[in-house]
Design a protein around this ligand. Structure first.
Ligand code: ADP
Ligand code: ASP
Ligand code: MG
Length: 409
């Protein structure tokens, strides 16, 4: 029986008509080699950014139902163009929006979660030799409204479709050769990783490695669907993201992620009594704002300082809420800083090794990089630093942990 491959192509891979023709060639080669194919596409180039910018011109905080109706349109353009390019080659390409197909999500507009994908319609078509070309990033909720899955969400559509179709492979085509030890655009010494475990990729993605959307990795891990990340520009094996047990021994630290999309808020002089953290963060979470790094200082004079980070898109809302909390708690000043970056080192090997944190802090100290906050998990250490030191910190840590050495994994 022939193999079924789900191929997802990102924005740069479909940025113009020439790139779309190249994607059609890729699909034609796969079909000629005897496989069946289903395709998921992102919007062309930066068109999602342009649509978001348009919506913000009307209202900086637009109605989210209408925001989703707007920003989902980018994908509708690319899928129709690719279907045309396939038809030109004599391949039965057929475009589908998430609505036409039945990609059901919850109702969290702008960051919806996929609940299930109805593949009945396309399964038969694939058997008959057609190639469905499906819009990434979008879904529909129980009311039939269009939803979107958050930035980078086409990766999740790709994985969800591969799971629903019980595909043999899920390939994510992007503009770099695979998953690297760190963002190759930040450090040219970054090395391509041939294998990454789901667990490591979850940490790398959640800490900012946007090469795979976090939800896509969560979905793949939950259903044990391996993902191959490959370049749509260069030939190569790329990176296989899969269950840990299949992966050989590994260095202590396998990757470094960085993000500069968070902001830091501090509330000073709050009473150092039980329940105060809940009083501060309760209203923040009630407003649907996710909090990331949290630090509460040791109290002095029966008061304490409390600091946390949120995504920049939630920054002004969080600041307003925190000022109200400060008034009601009789707390002091609220201080904010949106010029921060978070750098994380990730590795399964960290579990069994002490001293990794001190090595990380030493490397930062030698480069005169001041640490503002620290947080750890079993296989990750993150620090918050000043945004203008982000690239230097990534390079310093990449060197300190020798990540540019040749790996045989
Ligand atoms: P696509 O449009 O194909 O979905 P994205 O821009 O979402 O592509 O993701 C690919 C980008 O992810 C790369 O261009 C690279 O700059 C960035 N990136 C960040 N961290 C990593 C990493 N560890 N390995 C590879 N790429 C990374
Ligand atoms: N087009 C969407 C975005 O730019 C989804 C994606 O590319 O994965 O975020
Ligand atoms: Mg992406």
């Amino acid at each position: 029986m022939s193999k079924l491959i789900v191929k997802k192509f990102g924005g740069t891979s479909v940025a113009n008509v020439e790139r779309i023709e190249a994607v059609a060639d890729n699909i034609e080669r796969t079909i000629k080699a005897g496989s069946k194919v289903a395709v998921v596409l992102s919007a062309m180039g930066k068109s999602t950014d342009d649509l978001i910018a348009l919506s913000k011109q009307i209202n900086p905080e637009p109605d989210l139902r209408e925001y989703d109706a707007l920003v989902s349109t980018g994908e509708q353009v690319s899928v129709a163009l690719l279907a045309m390019a396939l038809l030109k080659r004599g391949i039965k390409g057929k475009s589908y929006t998430a609505y036409q197909l039945g990609i059901r999500t919850n109702s969290s507009h702008s960051r919806a979660r996929i609940l299930d994908v109805d593949v009945d319609k396309i399964t038969k078509e694939i058997e008959e030799g057609a190639v469905p070309v499906i819009t990434g990033f979008q879904g529909m909720n129980e009311f039939g409204d269009i939803t979107t899955l958050g930035r980078g969400g086409s990766d999740t559509t790709g994985v969800a479709l591969a799971v629903a179709l019980d595909a043999d492979e899920c390939q994510i085509f992007t503009d770099v050769d695979g998953v690297f030890t760190t963002d190759p655009r930040i450090y040219d010494k970054a090395k391509l990783l041939k294998n990454v475990s789901f667990e490591e990729m979850l940490e790398l993605s959640s800490m900012g490695a946007k090469v795979l959307q976090l939800r896509a990795v969560e979905y793949a891990s939950k259903f044990n669907m391996p993902i191959r990340v490959v370049s749509s520009f260069n030939e190569g094996e790329g990176t296989l993201v899969q269950e840990e047990k299949n992966i050989m021994e590994r260095p202590i630290v396998s990757g470094i992620s960085s993000v500069d999309t968070e902001a830091k808020l501090t509330i000073r002089g709050v009473p150092d009594i039980p329940g105060v953290a809940a009083k501060i963060l309760g209203p923040i979470s009630d407003a649907g704002i996710d909090v990331d790094v949290i630090v509460q200082n040791i109290g002095a004079d029966k008061t304490t300082d409390f600091t946390f980070t949120v995504d920049k898109s939630d920054f002004s809302k969080a600041e307003k809420i925190l000022k109200e909390t400060s008034n009601s708690l009789g707390g002091g000043q609220v201080e904010v800083d949106d010029q921060i970056a978070k750098i994380s080192i990730v590795g399964r090997g960290m579990r069994a090794h002490a001293g990794i944190a001190s090595k990380m802090f030493q490397a930062l100290a030698e480069n005169e990089i001041n640490i503002l906050m620290i947080t750890t998990s079993e296989i990750k250490i993150s620090v918050v630093i000043s945004k203008d030191e982000m690239k230097d910190a990534v390079r310093a840590l990449h060197d300190a942990f020798d990540l540019d050495r040749e790996l045989d994994t």
